[in-house]
Design a protein around this ligand. Structure first.
Ligand SMILES: Nc1nc2c(ncn2[C@@H]2O[C@H](COP(=O)(O)OP(=O)(O)OP(=O)(O)O)[C@@H](O)[C@H]2O)c(=O)[nH]1
Ligand SMILES: [Mg+2]
Length: 400
């Protein structure tokens, strides 16, 4: 699973990326700081099941603090997107191609009002237009891909009576578009799919718009909420786009908290409201006074008001609310450890509506092929192959 961070230049995409991954990437206040895309590992937070088993897990991927399990996911940070990007403006549409593989987008919007449409410093800028710009550019990007082939494509479908959904899914397969996605869009729009040559420009645009919405769902991070105009602009966004999910965010604060945690200055669990000062920060030196002042500011301007920095909330929202993934643990009721003695070493993310058999195949083809039954490790109940997995399920697969 890949999460793409998108937005105009200078909004804090790389800051968000660094806060989530702690990878070394360049961050600066001028536009187009990022040219080459960055990929890294971030985490979604799941309430670990080890607590229910009265034990402490040893994850082989990710980590677990206070029974909060952090499960790895992949993130991608790309160059800033400016008006006209789909036609090659700014750094053009090359990097849009890199976003093809993303399953979901986080649109980072700068609510400080201090960066203009192309990411340059300004004052009193209204970020509402940034949301419209990005949505429009993404639609135009999809439209470009379809239009490149449309005339011949539509004619062939019509003449050879091909299945429309199948043909479009093939054309957009690089964008992870599935046949069922196209079917859903067609059903909603009710266009004549047997005669696609009759579609006009508006119909094509509506079609790609719906397809993009469905196949690249998006959440908005109202970033730089810690700034003077942050709250005001965040409220503006919410009023203008009541149907979008907009989550207040301070990527910069999350980065500071995670770095301070890494340096053992504080104890902080990503996504929580509080942190605890430890280590050298208790000393009475100039450096530690400054660091403490910075942390106090984060507490006062972000945590006390919004209860969290937003970074973890947004990642979780993208994976569990938009993509509806499920976290599933391989485990048996009597034995939670693997052969090396690691307790509950794995936690996997599976797509919505996955079954016990899907899980078996996910673990190993042999498990799938030789599946007899599954056992719910929490209840010890026997489950058949069609059992639909639930979030935080723990399952043992019994094979022939
Ligand atoms: N106040 C505040 N500043 C932030 C926040 N997040 C990022 N910034 C600042 O915004 C500026 C741009 O940050 P970047 O992360 O480089 O932005 P970007 O979107 O990756 O920019 P490009 O790579 O140029 O597209 C930097 O000066 C950051 O320190 C935040 O939450 N609050
Ligand atoms: Mg950047």
């Amino acid at each position: 699973m890949l999460i793409g961070l998108v937005g105009k230049p200078s909004v804090g995409k790389s800051t968000f990326f660094k806060a989530a991954t702690l990878a070394e990437v360049e961050i600066a206040s001028y536009p187009f700081t990022t040219i080459k895309s960055n990929r890294g590992v971030g985490y979604v937070k799941v309430e670990c099941i080890d607590k229910e088993f009265k034990t402490q897990c040893n994850p082989s991927h990710g980590f677990c603090i206070n029974h909060q399990r952090f499960v790895p996911i992949e993130l991608m940070d790309v160059a800033g997107l400016v008006p006209g990007a789909s036609k090659g403006k700014g750094l053009g549409n090359k990097f849009l191609d890199e976003l093809r593989q993303a399953d979901v987008f986080i649109h980072i919007v700068d609510v400080s009002g201090t960066t203009d449409a192309v990411g340059k410093e300004t004052k009193n800028y209204n970020p509402v237009q940034d949301v419209e710009m990005l949505e429009n550019e993404l639609d135009l990007w999809y439209l470009g891909i379809l239009k490149k082939v449309w005339t011949g494509f539509a004619r062939t479908i019509q003449n050879t009576k091909q299945n429309f959904a199948k043909a479009v899914a093939k054309q957009f397969s690089g964008l992870k578009v599935k046949e069922n996605d196209v079917k859903d869009v067609v059903l909603k729009l009710n266009y004549d799919v047997e005669n696609p040559t009759t579609w006009n420009e508006e119909q094509l645009m509506n079609f790609v718009h719906e397809l993009r919405h469905l196949t690249k769902p998006m959440v908005i991070a109202a970033n730089k909420i810690d700034t003077e105009k942050g709250k005001e602009n965040y409220e503006k966004l919410k009023k203008e786009f009541p149907n979008l999910t907009i989550i207040p965010c301070s990527a910069d604060s999350e980065l500071a908290l995670r770095e301070a945690t890494k340096s053992k200055l504080i104890e902080y669990i990503p996504g929580e409201k509080n942190f605890k000062v430890i280590g050298n920060l208790t000393e009475n030196t100039l450096k530690s006074t400054r660091q403490k002042q910075a942390l106090d500011k984060i507490k006062k301007n972000v945590l006390d008001i919004y209860e969290k920095t937003g970074v973890q909330t947004i990642l979780n929202y993208a994976v569990f609310d938009l993509l509806k993934y499920l976290a599933v643990f391989p485990a048996s009721a009597n034995k939670l450890a693997d052969s090396k003695g690691n307790i509950l070493p794995d936690c996997f993310l599976l797509p919505e509506a996955s079954t016990a058999l899907d899980f078996a195949f996910f673990l190993h083809t042999d498990f799938g092929n030789n599946f007899i039954k599954a056992i719910n490790a929490k209840t010890k109940r026997v489950l058949g192959k069609n059992y639909v997995l639930k979030h935080r399920d723990a399952l043992e697969i019994i094979t022939k």
